[in-house]
Design a protein around this ligand. Structure first.
Ligand SMILES: [Mg+2]
Length: 176
């Protein structure tokens, strides 16, 4: 974990798992079969900042709820960069990189559980929340001090944007 700060300067894109990263992993099952998730607004704002500053962003989740898509479309993630029902996550990650002209080494990925490990091993900056499973922590460049759904996304984005001089809030751009 010692030299992850060197990698912050090279990041041009971000990709994320959802459950256990943007949420604490909890879901509420409804009678209709949909699942209700609780997101952290500070994580959402961090992702919005990354989008506004021109970083490419992707969601790669095994989840299937349309509500996931709506949440991230609202933040600015492009529809084609939201991968739902992703079982073998690497092809989806590589598809995102290719379509956006990014090398995997230029993309930071945040995951918390075993299905995320293959991406974490090939991305440019492997990150997990403090409450990720031990196998994930082992392969990560950086383990956030924040848990899933409690600021780990914001932590990563803020560090990258600050190192690159992009953590500057512009209310005009934000409202657009
Ligand atoms: Mg997860």
């Amino acid at each position: 974990m010692s030299n992850y700060k060197v990698k912050l300067a090279n990041i041009k894109g971000f990709a994320f798992d959802v459950d256990g990263v943007f949420t604490d992993g909890g879901v509420i099952g409804t009678a209709s079969g949909d699942l209700i998730r609780v997101y952290d607004s500070k994580d959402g704002f961090g992702l919005r900042m990354a989008y506004l500053k021109g970083y490419k962003t992707a969601i790669v989740t095994g989840g299937s709820s349309e509500s996931i898509k709506k949440r991230f479309l609202g933040i600015g993630v492009k529809e084609e960069d939201i991968y739902l029902k992703s079982r073998d996550k690497v092809p989806d990650f590589l598809d995102f990189c290719k379509r956006n002209g990014l090398e995997p080494s230029e993309v930071a990925f945040v995951g918390d559980d075993l299905p995320d490990i293959p991406i974490l091993k090939i991305c440019g900056l492997a990150v997990c929340p403090a409450d990720a499973v031990p196998e994930v922590k082992e392969v990560c460049d950086y383990v956030s001090q924040f848990n899933g759904g409690k600021g780990c996304v914001r932590d990563l984005i803020e560090q990258v944007l600050k190192v690159q001089g992009k953590w500057v809030f512009d209310p005009v751009a934000y409202s657009g």
